[in-house]
Design a protein around this ligand. Sequence first.
Ligand code: AMP
Length: 431
Amino acid sequence: MCFRPVRKKEPIYVNQTTYRRRRRPARGDAPRAQSPRPAPESRTRRPAPPATPEILAAVAASPFSALGLSTPLARAVLDEGYTTPSPVQTEVIPAAVSGRDVLAGAQTGTGKTAAFVLPILQQLALDDGPRGGIRALIVTPTRELAAQIAERIEAYGRYLELGHTVIYGGVSQQKQEAALRRCPDVLVATPGRLLDLMQQGLVRLDQVRHFVLDEADRMLDMGFVHDVRRISAAVPAVRQTLLFSATVPPAIEKLAGGMLTRPLRVAIQPRLTTAESVEQSVIFVAKADKRRLLESVLRDEAVERAIVFTRTKHGANRLSQQLSKSGIGSEAIHGNKSQNARERALGAFKSGRTRVLVATDVAARGIDVDGISHVINFDLPNVAESYVHRVGRTGRAGAAGRAISFCDREERGLLTDIERLIRCRLRVQGA
Ligand code: AMP
């Protein structure tokens, strides 16, 4: 099933008095751990104008309310233009709002972020327990994913008074320390920086009640398994755990075995088998001719916004420079670039200033840019699963997209691996 993001509409405002009232402490409650708290930058302070009966009715009738989401969250989701929950949301949200553990096999692009963010925000907002510590922890492999999850929390939580912050490596920790001192309710983190700050005594996880592992298979691939175990051990055992992974191989089952309690298991079909909207093809080409071929593909007007994948960081840099010399503006994004340079490149790509992004697999992981018309595999990936992730950058949320793979003589074996994994032969296109 496809779900289509709708063009952003004006926010729908609903009176949220009921919601606020539930959060007020009862007479005789113990004082909150740190009160009053200074508001983190991420705390939403936009006053909600009173709702019209039509708006209230629209929110009440929304399929997101039917999943058990409260009015402020259902309203925020409608603001985002979502009309129908995606399959992973339909399955996960009702269980997760009731506090159940979940093990979900779902890739980026399926709407998985909302599937874990919405239930967590709901439970935090309704929890009348003590405040002043991190109550939800979301661990994700890359900086880009961490930033995107934080951006989603901001959007979905816009009518709640919850604070969040995001920490990741590659940037100075000073600002992150300051944000942590403001006691966010939700912390989004990459494993390395989180452990660093924990060791320095700057992060305490003893108040965490909701723990999310996002893209768990990728964390294992990136060698974070011990970090993840250490983080999990630092989170109180009495908690809700939500584990999301694109694939669920035995290593993930093993990890989940020790962390989850009678989880709801959800398996969402890999996007490749369902995303019929992506037209995939392969072009057989000599290695030496790949660059010329790429230039001619990119000059086609149908290419509105393209990600070109290379196998190495060096290859990404060189190719981007060569394209620029030929008059095709592009940016390269890979792990050797500073966080600022990556953000600049991504910003230029998102805004449309740059039409072509040349990327390596790890750097492109989790890039959430709408309207990517083409994914071009300049080099085929060494690992067939990476093909699935690459192609998932286009055709997002049901939109049309094209994936073109260049295959030289030495890459024939890799092509066979990919075709075996996706259980289909790629259409052969003339060079
Ligand atoms: P994710 O899989 O979380 O990376 O989400 C992929 C994209 O789908 C993001 O741009 C979301 O904003 C969007 N999205 C998530 N849920 C929905 C929905 N129910 N309807 C439309 N778009 C959605």
